[in-house]
Design a protein around this ligand. Structure first.
Ligand SMILES: Nc1nc2c(ncn2[C@@H]2O[C@H](COP(=O)(O)OP(=O)(O)OP(=O)(O)O)[C@@H](O)[C@H]2O)c(=O)[nH]1
Ligand SMILES: [Mg+2]
Length: 608
């Protein structure tokens, strides 16, 4: 066994939890109390959620580093996302730490993503601290939640010593923790102390030369690409000559042009970074997550980070609608390809593949929501493109078709259990549990193919009048469960180019639910609404009323249209079928048939 020692001047931890259980809010409080902010300094809420989309949606999308000092010990903290689609970020973050704070909402208890992140932390052999958060909630049941965490750990085959976890109760929002429900907390000191006492300092081998595992990439306008990761062994100095070892042991030399470490939520320059600390290193452009940066004399690659396989794929094409280039800055397929490849470099759970037949790209990821966030980011940058329906990725084992299966938890009012069960069963879901809480609410559990959930979330909310909760985790691959009907309805399609006219739209309303407003530009093959019936219907949304000699009261133009919901990317992606696409531009989200011309569509139908 190589001789290993701990660097006790450092602690590296990740904060992990189900979505919304309060990770980022707790990190805020940790900052506030560690003196990173001086008295009276402007303090922004959820400081770590610094991307525009994170602020707008109130969620964390990518894992981020920060650091505080407590009793002369540097604590590197990684705030991670709780949404299942960003699970790859958690796996990446865990490669940098020796311990994890598992946050659990005192009312909601452990939920599917709690299970996912906890199982990853256990696999990585991390030391766990459990914090039961939001004990101020009127419906909080911290004791019950403690038991549930214990049950979950047992279910995940945790070691005996992991079952004996140190625990605190918290009101992250107020920045207080306590070890006993009988005495309210006053600050976060017990948490800092627990981190220092319970989580080991990072280990390293003192006789080994410098080695760093690249776990994140960033970009600075002045410095170019930044490689971020934990120094596993040795020390790195600014201006040092090193080498980066990539896939297949490819070696790229590099000179460290700048060396930085985290201090608070920002970076600070330094001349030297020692073992166990998280270093941010400039001076290399060709570097990937998972590479090892090490000394030139003793190049020795570390084990790369392992990330779960993607579960869904989506086709991205250059925008081929007649409106292509009207609203975006970047339209060509070469631009699209370059942008997507850049994304795959930084985002470990995304894979981008060139399609052999056309200019399109296949993007593989962890879920529809991850795709929607990517699409939204790109349209804000000025990109225009089309995407196809999200498809589940099948695997073949001994020639047998296997598909990803999810374990779904539904919590809804008793009255809606019928419709939810019926819809999920139709999508090949099998009920595995039914618990009536006697409180009017019921908890149902299903095992269901992932493809059955694509496009279902919106329907679920409608069916439960917005009161249902649904969570799921991928439980593995199982034999394909067979076909099931997807959307029961067809689309209303514009049969020509023009503009939506009130009179025409008014007359189309009985046919289905419209997606466009008067004045919206349309083109042949564009989907302007959902048909009430199974088939697609070509209609003319531009038709004006014929003028006749006998003018009525003149109120024909002043028809009152039913208000429509604005189309969102989530809705659009969930709506489309196999032969349909979403056209995304910085200004618009339009739905369309893949084949736009009605005549060509008819021909293609005949052929198949
Ligand atoms: N009642 C109560 N609410 C809290 C507390 N801490 C956080 N919240 C609220 O919980 C919501 C989610 O907080 P976040 O800190 O964004 O949660 P998160 O875990 O970072 O969420 P993701 O990063 O998206 O997974 C916010 O509305 C907070 O105001 C708490 O101690 N008590
Ligand atoms: Mg967060």
């Amino acid at each position: 066994m190589p001789h290993k020692i701990h660097n006790n001047a450092i602690r590296n931890i990740a904060i992990i939890a189900h979505v919304d259980h309060g990770k980022t809010t707790l990190v805020d409080a940790m900052f506030r109390q560690s003196g990173v902010f001086r008295e009276g300094q402007l303090f922004e809420e959820r400081l770590m959620d610094n991307m525009d989309l994170e602020k707008e949606r109130g969620i964390t999308i990518s894992a981020k580093n920060c650091a505080i000092n407590w009793k002369k010990i540097k604590i590197n903290i990684l705030d991670t996302p709780g949404h299942a689609d960003f699970g790859g970020e958690v796996e990446r973050a865990l490669s940098m730490v020796d311990g994890a704070i598992l946050l659990v909402d005192a009312a909601e208890g452990p939920l599917p993503q709690t299970r996912f992140v906890l199982s990853k932390a256990l696999q990585a052999g991390l030391k766990l601290l459990v914090v039961i958060n939001k004990i101020d909630r009127p419906d909080a049941q911290p004791e019950r939640v403690h038991d549930e965490v214990l049950e979950l750990l047992m279910d995940l085959d945790a070691h005996e010593d992991q079952l004996d976890f140190p625990m605190l109760y918290a009101i992250g929002k107020d920045g207080t923790v306590t070890d006993s429900l009988d005495k309210p907390g006053t600050d976060l000191r017990p948490l800092y102390d627990m981190i220092i006492d319970e989580i080991p300092g990072p280990t390293y081998q003192p006789e080994e030369p410098f080695q760093m595992l690249v776990s994140d990439l960033s970009h600075s306008d002045y410095l170019g690409r930044l490689a971020i990761g934990k120094v596993i062994n040795g020390t790195v100095k600014s201006k040092e000559k090193l080498v980066c070892m990539g896939m297949h042991n490819a070696k790229t030399p590099l000179n460290v042009s700048k060396l930085q470490v985290y201090e608070g939520a920002s970076l600070t320059d330094t001349d030297e970074v020692g073992p166990g600390d998280i270093a941010v290193l400039a001076g290399i452009s060709d570097v990937h997550i998972g590479d090892t940066i090490c000394s030139r004399e003793f190049p020795n690659a570390l084990k790369p980070i392992t990330i779960d396989e993607p579960t869904i794929s989506m086709r991205f094409n250059a925008n081929s609608s007649p409106f292509s280039g009207r609203e975006g800055k970047f339209v060509q397929s070469s631009k699209l390809r370059e942008r997507l490849q850049r994304e795959a470099l930084k985002n470990v759970s995304l894979q981008v593949e060139e399609q052999s037949n056309s200019e399109g790209m296949i993007v593989k990821g962890r879920g529809e929501f991850q795709m929607v966030i990517l699409m939204e980011t790109m349209r804000r940058e000025g990109y225009e493109f089309c995407v196809g329906q999200p498809e589940v990725i099948f695997h073949y084992v001994d020639g047998k078709k296997m598909e990803p299966i999810e374990h779904v938890y539904v919590d809804c009012e008793e009255a809606y259990t019928g419709i939810v069960t019926e819809k999920l069963s139709r999508r090949k879901g099998i009920m595995t549990a039914y618990i009536n809480h006697e409180s009017g609410r019921t908890r149902l559990e299903f095992s269901i193919p992932s493809r059955g959930l694509i496009g279902y979330r919106d329907e679920f909310l409608t069916d439960t009048r917005g009161t249902g909760l649904m969570n799921s985790f991928i439980s593995g691959n199982e034999p394909y469960r067979g076909e099931f009907p997807v959307r029961q309805t067809g689309s209303l399609l514009a049969d020509r180019q023009g503009e939506g006219v009130p009179y025409a739209l008014f007359n189309l309303e009985p046919r289905g639910q419209l997606f466009i407003r008067p004045g919206d530009p349309v083109y042949e093959g564009m989907i302007i609404g959902e048909h009430n019936r199974e088939n697609d219907l070509n209609v003319n949304p531009c038709k004006t009323k014929k003028l006749s000699n006998v003018r009525a009261s003149g109120k024909d133009d002043a028809v009152t249209l039913t208000p429509i919901l604005p189309m969102t990317l989530e809705r659009a992606v969930q709506y489309i079928r196999e032969d349909e696409m979403v056209e995304v531009t910085p200004k618009s989200i339009r739905l369309r048939k893949t084949i736009l011309s009605a005549a060509a569509r008819k021909q293609s139908e005949k052929r198949s």
